[in-house]
Structure formats: structure tokens, C-alpha cells
Ligand binder design. Structure first.
Ligand code: IPE
Ligand code: IPE
Ligand code: MG
Length: 240
């Protein structure tokens, strides 16, 4: 991995907690607990490497369909982890933002989210975005609804308008999308934003993903040629 050409915006689908725990004869929830520890390590590593914006998929709009006990465990885990980590994140100049329909969470979690966002609002070092109750289809729909609300009677929208109304509007374009846990799908994550992101899938289950694994993913990213529709020759020429 080179210190140059670090992706500005990395997003991670942190998958495999349940299988990691089950393989050890433990309950799925214990995998989520270890998963939080790995998130902490990866957040720190990304900051040290110079990633400007890190977006972690913590809970999808479809994850409500899980058993009630698992959903409640996750909600409690989010509250505890957030309250515990927010001071350290703030000390490191991290600006925290939640992406998703957080209004559906219980009031305790909503309160923790509001406080954490307010405390870190003016930080400028790194952006940490937690996608919670997020769905890419929800994101695009809420963007369209924003536009309709702000410009009633509007007849046509364009891509730039839509992009400006996505929850990621103030973040750099997505460069690298990582999915751990062996599945090769997007699961309704940043579907618009991933249009030209480099995709990286690995079999490592999230509780085993560490800073070295992150470096491996960035190394793979650095080996890609991002052509954005052009020919390889054109891009090589421009890089000279
Ligand atoms: C991802 O791990 C974490 C969340 C969705 C909250 P999973 O819980 O999906 O783990 P697997 O895929 O069942 O192993
Ligand atoms: C995606 O993982 C959501 C998160 C990692 C938070 P899932 O485990 O929910 O995805 P599917 O259901 O296998 O597609
Ligand atoms: Mg999963």
C-alpha cells in the first residue's frame, strides 16, 4: 500500500458478525459486540492513513426484519458504544454524522445521536458517517421529496439536484466500497453514490477485519485504473 493516492471517501458494509459468533458456538449478538471493537480500530486506522471520510453501514432499513431480540440488542449496543466513544472521537477532531432515517429509533438512541452530532459539529479532521436505518432507495426517495417540498410544482429534476439532496451531499464522492463477510452484493447501501466507486469484496468476517485488512483493501484500490468511461490509454496519458 502506498501513502499516496489514499481514497478520500471509503464506505464499509460491515458484514459477518452473526456467522463469526455462530462459528464459535456463541450467540449472534456476541459477534456484534466484537464488531464494535473492530469498527473502533478501523476508524482509527482510516484516520491515520489520511482517509477524509469513512462511512460505516451499521443498520440497514431492512435489518428491522431480524428477530426482535437481535434488533433490541443492536439498539442498546449503539447507545452504549456511541456514549462511550463520542468523547474520544471528539478529541481526535472527528465530525460524526448519522445517515439514515434516525427518527425511527427509540428516543434514547435519538438523543445520543443528536448529542454526538452537536458535540462534533465543528470538527474538521475526519468525517465519520454511520449509516443507520439507511437504505439507498430511501435516500433517493427522500432526496426527491426534499426537492418537491422546496420547489412545489417542479416539472423536471436533474442529476446534480438529486445529488445535492442525498444525505451524502456534503461528503466527498465515494471512492472505495468494501464489503466484508463474503457476500458480493450491495444490500441497498449507497446505490447512487457507488455508481463509480471501486468495489472490494473480501471473505473476512467483520469481527476479524483489522487495520491490515483495511490496508489490503486500499492497496487493491490503488492498483485499479479508474477510467470513468474513458479508454485506459487516455487515462494513462492524463496521469503523466
Ligand atoms: C452485519 O453482520 C451486522 C449487521 C447487519 C448489524 P450480520 O449480523 O449480518 O452477520 P451475518 O451476515 O449474519 O454473519
Ligand atoms: C448489510 O448486511 C447491512 C449491514 C451490514 C448493516 P446484511 O447482512 O443485512 O445484508 P443481507 O441481508 O445479507 O443482504
Ligand atoms: Mg449479514
Amino acid at each position: 500500500m502506498s501513502e499516496k493516492n489514499i481514497p478520500k471517501h471509503v464506505a464499509i458494509i460491515m458484514d459477518g458478525n452473526g456467522r463469526w459468533a455462530q462459528a464459535r458456538g456463541k450467540k449472534r449478538t456476541s459477534g456484534h459486540k466484537v464488531g464494535v471493537e473492530r469498527a473502533r480500530e478501523v476508524i482509527e486506522a482510516a484516520g491515520n492513513l489520511g482517509v477524509e471520510s469513512l462511512t460505516l453501514f451499521a443498520f440497514s432499513s431492512e435489518n428491522w426484519n431480524r428477530p426482535k431480540e437481535e434488533v433490541s440488542y443492536l439498539m442498546e449496543l449503539f447507545i452504549v458504544a456511541l456514549n462511550r466513544e463520542v468523547k474520544t472521537l471528539n478529541k481526535h477532531g472527528v465530525k460524526l454524522k448519522f445517515l439514515g432515517d434516525t427518527g425511527a429509533f427509540n428516543s434514547k438512541l435519538q438523543e445520543s445521536i443528536k448529542k454526538a452530532e452537536a458535540l462534533t459539529e465543528n470538527n474538521r479532521n475526519v468525517r465519520l458517517n454511520i449509516a443507520a436505518n439507511y437504505g439507498g432507495q430511501w435516500d433517493i426517495t427522500q432526496a426527491v421529496n426534499n426537492i418537491l417540498r422546496e420547489s412545489p410544482g417542479i416539472q423536471q429534476i436533474d442529476e446534480l439536484m438529486l445529488e445535492k439532496n442525498l444525505v451524502t451531499h456534503d461528503l466527498p464522492p465515494l471512492d472505495l466500497l468494501i464489503r466484508t463477510g463474503g457476500e458480493t452484493r450491495i444490500s441497498n447501501f449507497l446505490i447512487w453514490q457507488a455508481a463509480y466507486a471501486e468495489l472490494y469484496f473480501c471473505d473476512t468476517l467483520w469481527p476479524d477485519f483489522d487495520s491490515n485488512q483495511l490496508k489490503k483493501a486500499i492497496d487493491a484500490y490503488q492498483g485499479r485504473q479508474r477510467r470513468f468511461g474513458k479508454t485506459g490509454e487516455q487515462v494513462s496519458q492524463e496521469e503523466k
